[in-house]
Design a protein around this ligand. Sequence first.
Ligand SMILES: C[S@@+](CC[C@H](N)C(=O)[O-])C[C@H]1O[C@@H](n2cnc3c(N)ncnc32)[C@H](O)[C@@H]1O
Length: 223
Amino acid sequence: MVKNYEEIYRKSELYWGAGPSDLVKRFAELAPTGAAVDLGMGEGRDALYLAGLGFTVTGVESAQSGVSKCLGIARKKNLPVKAISADVRTFPIPKNRYALIVAINLFQFLTKTEARNVIDRAVAGLKRGGLFVCESFTIDDPHFKAHKKKSHEISPGTFRDSSGNIYSLYNYGEILKMACGGQIGETSEAKLRPVYYSEFDYYDTTHGPAHWHGVVDFVGKKL
Ligand SMILES: C[S@@+](CC[C@H](N)C(=O)[O-])C[C@H]1O[C@@H](n2cnc3c(N)ncnc32)[C@H](O)[C@@H]1O
């Protein structure tokens, strides 16, 4: 379980904003039609957007308040979103089912082994031509230096803070390697062909005081 999202989502305003994330907005329509999953959906901004595009959406979120908020909006807007309170680390993803699986700003809250396991199961869960879309934080994120100083580094780039929360910052190319295999261009049947990959610094003005992030964006297609 992660910091105080349970409490944050109980407030009436939308913490992550009403519109979809930039990455999902940009790439969702490249996916085939069908079923989609939003892993760590928060208040469901992407899940709701995808339902509006015609995907049959399941949203998975550990904070019950986020799930309830998403379901409330879905009801009001008459959007068919199935929102589930569950842990992405154990949530079963049926094989070859989904047109689109998104995980926006989730993997920083998992150990890298857990993230890899979720990615492997997401890849297996995509149907041929399906897209996996994810965003997380790199070692250029200011959290990296802060955690190096004050948290326990349990494995390279993964920290446990004094409250027991896990925080992972991804090295250059690490997510790409997890999703696509060893070498760029070298893909196995189980992995993804990279469609888009970027590591960049981002000045975030969407919530709280403006702040910088080191961001990694990845979009891959199931071959
Ligand atoms: C930074 S927020 C992003 C929310 C949403 N994807 C968005 O972009 O608006 C990360 C979310 O992942 C959820 N989360 C973290 N670890 C999780 C886990 N193991 N299982 C399910 N949800 C989790 C958190 O509760 C939080 O809502």
